[in-house]
Design a protein around this ligand. Structure first.
Ligand SMILES: [Mg+2]
Ligand SMILES: [Zn+2]
Length: 193
């Protein structure tokens, strides 16, 4: 059996509008073209897995129970668009947190690759055929550290967005552009690059 390919997606600023320390399900707003992009990836046989740093837990802004509700809501919003994502991994830690249990220098917080490596193990994923897509440098570095191809979502409103972070392989404006790039024959085989 061949291993599967996956697209790992950052959450805030990639799938949903970035709200600092988003703490309530009601704050979730899908970004334009995000659902459509995820659909294209799914239709092309990619597993879709969310990889998100949620230090708001360590910082005491919300707890894991709340985050579970937020992610349930996210999944139901996507389900309304006819999309099922395959999994969500999050890191609740931060060294400057105030909640003792989570105040650790963990090995899962992006740019470390542990969440991607765990997902690869649990879902039988070939990381070298997989993508990490996100809107910040830690996403690109986590992807690189895991051996994935990294796609940077450039905030079009950001004036100094001419620079792309270290580790970036491709720059796109949103998830739909990313999905077209990889599923509609523009790049047939990642290993042929
Ligand atoms: Mg982000
Ligand atoms: Zn962590």
């Amino acid at each position: 059996m061949n291993k599967k390919k996956a697209v790992f997606l950052d959450r805030d600023g990639t799938i949903v509008v970035h709200e600092p320390y988003l703490s309530f399900p009601e704050q979730l707003k899908l970004l334009p073209n995000a659902a459509e992009g995820i659909r294209l990836f799914k239709e092309s046989g990619y597993l879709v897995i969310v990889i998100t740093n949620q230090s708001g837990i360590a910082r005491g802004f919300f707890d894991e129970e709340r985050l579970t509700l937020i992610h349930k809501k996210l999944m139901s919003m996507l389900k309304d668009e006819g999309i099922e994502i395959d999994d969500i991994y999050y890191c609740p830690h931060h060294t400057e947190g105030i909640i003792e249990t989570y105040k650790v220098d963990c090995d899962c917080r992006k740019p470390k690759p542990k969440m991607l490596l765990n997902a690869a193990k649990q879902h039988d994923i070939d990381l070298s055929q997989s993508l990490m897509i996100g809107d910040s440098e830690v996403d690109m570095l986590a992807g690189k550290n895991a051996g994935c191809t990294c796609v940077f979502i450039k905030d079009v409103c950001n004036k100094d967005s001419g620079i792309s972070p270290i580790g970036t392989d491709y720059i796109v404006k949103d998830l739909l552009e990313a999905s077209r790039l990889f599923t509609q024959g523009k790049i047939k085989n990642l290993s042929d690059r």
